[in-house]
Design a protein around this ligand. Structure first.
Ligand SMILES: C[S@@+](CC[C@H](N)C(=O)[O-])C[C@H]1O[C@@H](n2cnc3c(N)ncnc32)[C@H](O)[C@@H]1O
Length: 306
């Protein structure tokens, strides 16, 4: 990956690893989220959201998630005393995000949260009072039905075949989760460009994203998202591997999903020694004080130094 050049406070991207998989996802959610939250097919790990929010914001600041699903970003922000706003395309998930926020408040969360049901490709129009207010935008794009949902295999059921459920966000074909990759990326680019307007100068955009396989072929979604973020004028600041596996006494505790193991096994059977992923990429960007595009064009026209 390459960075856009900047002329002021050049950012040297750092790389790090966070141990965010010490507890299984459902253990992290127990009592903190309403049980019906489990039916959402692509939730963010609460430990990743909490670590991002505590690293890049302070209490009282505003965190926005333009694709908030059942509200993981908002709930973790509220528990950490930050204020949060989310947009979600599907009304049923937006309602669940509101319910999860109320649940958090009942359990002592001091931050406030609000949720709008709508299309974040117009986020600046959906949240006009928040222009220039947010310290952090934290989000994760959908990947389509390939990698989501819950699974029971022959091993679990004793019956032949695989049973899959909760793999769809909705029946609405307008949801970006149901679009082909080019449309998803174009839409995500519009969402990021809108989010930039909500950010303060030097505000942060954090995107959690994984590569996935379709019929054995690796789709480098983090690489595509990086291109889109650069086109939205954002500058890469940090690149973090958030572990999905646990760290034990000298061992890794495997928490690979059914989909990952299934794809890896199929590849091995074809003679391809691919690995199941044990981490999620976290890409951290900064909104430069001057738009990166303007800086880039300044650089192009600047006279060369001796
Ligand atoms: C990967 S999920 C995010 C889940 C969320 N981080 C959570 O933990 O619940 C992506 C979400 O984006 C929503 N979405 C898809 N297209 C959208 C759009 N144009 N505007 C807003 N939300 C959208 C989907 O319905 C889905 O809930």
């Amino acid at each position: 990956m390459t960075d856009s050049p900047t002329t002021e406070s050049p950012v040297e991207p750092t790389t790090s690893v966070w141990a965010t998989g010490q507890q299984q996802s459902r253990v992290q959610r127990r009592d903190r989220y309403l049980p019906e939250s489990m039916s959402h097919p692509g939730k963010m790990l609460p430990s990743i959201a909490a670590r991002v929010i505590s690293t890049y914001t302070r209490p009282g600041e505003l965190v926005v998630d333009p694709m908030c699903g059942i509200g993981t970003t908002l709930v973790e922000a509220a528990h950490l005393g930050r204020h949060a706003a989310g947009v979600e395309y599907e009304e049923k998930w937006a309602r669940l995000a509101v319910a999860n926020l109320s649940h958090a408040r009942i359990h002592g969360a001091s931050g406030s949260g609000r949720v709008v049901a709508g299309d974040s490709r117009n986020i600046a129009r959906l949240l006009p009072d928040l222009l220039g207010q947010a310290t952090l935008v934290l989000t994760s794009p959908p990947y389509g039905a390939y990698t989501h949902g819950h699974i029971r295999s022959t091993r679990d059921t004793g019956e032949p075949g695989v049973r899959k459920w909760n793999q769809h966000y909705s029946q609405d074909r307008g949801n970006l989760a149901h679009q082909q990759l080019p449309v998803l990326l174009e839409g995500f680019g519009r969402i990021l460009a809108g989010c930039v307007k909500l950010l303060r100068p030097n505000g942060v955009v954090a995107v959690t994203v994984r590569p996935y396989r379709v019929r054995g072929e690796l789709v480098d979604l983090p690489g595509h998202i990086h291109q889109v973020a650069q086109s939205a004028g954002l500058v890469l600041a940090d690149r973090i591997a958030c572990l999905l596996c646990g760290l034990g006494e000298g061992t890794l505790l495997n928490r690979a999903s059914f989909f990952q193991l299934h794809e890896a096994r199929k590849a091995w059977s074809r003679g391809l020694p691919v690995h199941a992923l044990a981490h999620e990429d976290l890409l951290i960007y900064i909104k430069p004080t001057a738009p990166a595009a303007a800086l880039a064009s300044d650089l192009e026209t600047a006279p060369e130094r001796e």
